[in-house]
Design a protein around this ligand. Structure first.
Ligand SMILES: Cc1cc2nc3c(=O)[nH]c(=O)nc-3n(C[C@H](O)[C@H](O)[C@H](O)COP(=O)(O)O)c2cc1C
Length: 208
């Protein structure tokens, strides 16, 4: 499938069939998430592949999203709950290592990054970090479609419950959204055959 065909093919699946996505495809989608763009390159989020069925059942019990339990795989995205000097320094150390330059060469970059992020409130930085996670979600949706794996982005769940279930506070994270992966059940998913609804291109795009 070419890219536009794949984007037309994908939709947010409501009903999954009982078929597992191969580990090879899951690893490709995770690698696409890893390669996603983020502001300053900080990647201020982490992803959790929730294999524990009990956690999935518990999380799904008070959500309208049956996909939390029924999808082949469930991935949770969590964003940094604050931006600390340790986190910015860790990125600088990684950049220096990967690019083979001394940390001191990156002093201006570090100063600019910290000048931008560290004076802001934890709440502002969590919102900023969440936005970066959403970009990774977009990357994951495209990667899944390219592999002909179905997906559902989901904000409809109890984030506080997931934070507790995954012990996210201790990791300096707060959950933001979920991504279900699997294969659509065309027989029981009413959306499977419905036309995609998007505003016309001339309404979306303005050439000035
Ligand atoms: C950030 C985000 C959160 C969403 N949350 C849910 C959700 O909780 N449950 C659900 O079934 N669909 C959810 N959706 C799917 C959207 O409703 C869907 O993408 C939208 O209606 C456009 O349709 P399509 O993606 O199927 O083409 C979410 C989508 C996004 C991008």
């Amino acid at each position: 499938m070419d890219l536009i065909t794949a984007l037309n093919w994908r939709y947010a699946v409501k009903k999954y069939k009982d078929e597992k996505v191969t580990d090879q495809k899951i690893q490709k989608i995770l690698e696409a998430i890893r390669l996603s763009a983020s502001s300053i390159g900080l990647q201020p989020y982490r992803v959790f592949v929730i294999k524990n069925e009990e956690i999935r059942k518990n999380l799904g019990s008070d959500s309208f999203n049956s996909q939390i339990v029924d999808a082949s795989h469930l991935i949770a995205f969590a964003a940094f709950d604050s931006i600390t000097k340790e986190r910015t320094s860790s990125l600088i150390a990684l950049m220096a290592k990967e690019r083979g330059v001394p940390v001191s060469d990156l002093a201006d970059y570090q100063q600019a990054m910290e000048g931008y992020l560290l004076p802001r409130s934890d709440e502002e930085n969590f919102v900023w970090a969440s936005k970066q996670a959403y970009i990774a979600l977009g990357t994951a949706l495209i990667a899944a479609a390219e592999l002909e794996v179905d997906s559902t982005p989901m904000e409809g769940f109890n984030t506080e419950k997931l934070d507790q279930l995954l012990n996210l506070k201790d990791k300096g994270l707060k959950s933001v959204f979920l991504l279900g992966l699997g294969y659509r059940d065309p027989g029981s998913d009413i959306l499977a055959k419905q036309k995609k609804v998007r505003i016309p291109i001339h309404e979306l795009v303005t050439e000035i």
